[in-house]
Design a protein around this ligand. Structure first.
Ligand code: FE
Length: 195
């Protein structure tokens, strides 16, 4: 990971330079438990990507599902805020386009959206996820929900969120990390300039 790459004009954050670095990070850091859940970060990522693939979605969204919590795994996301989704999107920005980074960036706020538009959704969340919802700002008001879903890729973020919520099952069989890295390889963006 490069510690000095400039992602936006005024913010210095670490970023991944290649898919190989991302795969290494998943392998190296994925053994940590996923928040207050019964699965590891890597198991959660693989379950989420498997659910996305089984749903027949795009390769970009499968990749976003695999990598949506990279901000947690990078060890610099604030678990108590939506910052891990912002960080995750920035970490991925040199390797993937917005079809991957935006669902990642929006997946926390998609929970706030779903709470606003589906009265049964909150009751389906795990205790850890209900708790983090409070820290993340709680359910959106109707006007906030409308603004959220009008953003590009917000619909993909909502789909990702639902797989995210379901991908917390201890011992569930998934496809392999190598399988999903190959899918991601077909989605990655080739940068021809450095900043
Ligand atoms: Fe997640």
């Amino acid at each position: 990971m490069t510690q000095t790459a400039t992602i936006s004009a005024d913010t210095l954050v670490p970023t991944f330079e290649s898919l190989d670095e991302i795969g290494e990070a998943l392998t190296r850091r994925g053994s940590a438990l996923y928040g207050g859940e019964a699965v590891t970060q890597l198991a959660h990522a693989l379950q989420c990507a498997t659910l996305a693939e089984d749903a027949g979605c795009s390769q970009a969204l499968i990749t976003a599902a695999l990598l949506h919590d990279l901000g947690h795994m990078a060890g610099q996301g604030d678990d108590e805020q939506s910052a891990h989704s912002e960080l995750g999107a920035r970490l991925l920005a040199r390797v993937f386009g917005r079809n991957v980074t935006e669902p990642v960036r929006l997946h926390v706020n998609a929970k706030r959206y779903l709470c606003a538009v589906d009265s049964t959704y909150w009751g389906t969340l795990s205790e850890a996820s209900k708790q983090s919802l409070v820290w993340q700002g709680g359910p959106y008001a109707a006007d906030q929900a409308k603004r959220f879903i009008s953003q590009p890729h917000a619909d993909d973020a909502v789909r990702l969120r639902q797989w995210d919520d379901a991908a917390k099952v201890s011992g569930l069989a998934t496809r392999s990390l190598a399988h999903f890295i190959e899918i991601a390889r077909g989605v990655q963006v080739k940068h021809t300039r450095t900043e």
